[in-house]
Write a protein that binds this ligand. Structure first.
Ligand code: GTP
Length: 141
C-alpha cells in the first residue's frame, strides 16, 4: 500500500512556540526531533511534548526521534534515557541518522501505520454510530 505523508518542518526554538502551536492543531501526527549529541536539545523535548499535547490533544500520535545516531563518539544522550522519556509520555521512539539514513524509513513507516490504524478506528466508530436504530416518528407507529 502506498501512503503519502506531508511533512512540515517547523522551527524548534522556544520563541516560535505560539506559531508552531497552530501547526500542531491541524496535524494528524507530530515528529519531535532532538540531537543525540546535544544534551540541551533533549532537555527541550519534554516541554515540546507537553506543548504538542496541549495544542493537539492527548491522543495525537507523536514520534520522538533522536537524530545523529551515527555520531557515537559525541553522544550526550543515551538511548535508555530517551526511551524512558518516550515511555513516560506514551510516544513512539527511534534513534535515527539523517546522514546514513538509518531508521529513517522505518520510523516514518511506523508512524504512518499508527496513523492509518487510528483512521480505521475513526471509520469503525462512524460505522457503529450510523448503525444505531433510527427512532421512528410518532406518525409512523
Ligand atoms: N553526522 C550527522 N550530521 C547531521 C545529521 N543530520 C543533520 N546533520 C548535520 O547537522 C547540521 C544541521 O542540520 P540542519 O538540517 O540544518 O538542522 P536543522 O535543525 O534543520 O536546522 P535549522 O535550519 O536551524 O532548522 C548540518 O550540517 C547537517 O549536515 C545526522 O544524522 N548525522
Amino acid at each position: 500500500m502506498q501512503v503519502a505523508m506531508q511533512l512540515w518542518d517547523t522551527a524548534g526554538q522556544e520563541r516560535y512556540r505560539s506559531i508552531t502551536k497552530q501547526f500542531f492543531r491541524k496535524a494528524d501526527g507530530v515528529v519531535v526531533m532532538y540531537d543525540v549529541t546535544v544534551e540541551e536539545s533533549f532537555r527541550a523535548v519534554q516541554p515540546w511534548l507537553s506543548n504538542v499535547q496541549e495544542a493537539a490533544g492527548e491522543g495525537i500520535p507523536i514520534l520522538l526521534l533522536g537524530n545523529k545516531m551515527d555520531m557515537e563518539g559525541e553522544r550526550e544522550v543515551s538511548f535508555k534515557e530517551a526511551e524512558q522519556l518516550a515511555f513516560e509520555n506514551k510516544v513512539m521512539f527511534f534513534e535515527v541518522s539523517a546522514y546514513t539514513a538509518k531508521n529513517v524509513t522505518e520510523s516514518l513507516t511506523h508512524l504512518a501505520r499508527v496513523l492509518m490504524e487510528q483512521e480505521d478506528r475513526v471509520r469503525d466508530t462512524t460505522v457503529i454510530l450510523s448503525a444505531q436504530p433510527v427512532k421512528k416518528k410518532a406518525c409512523c407507529k
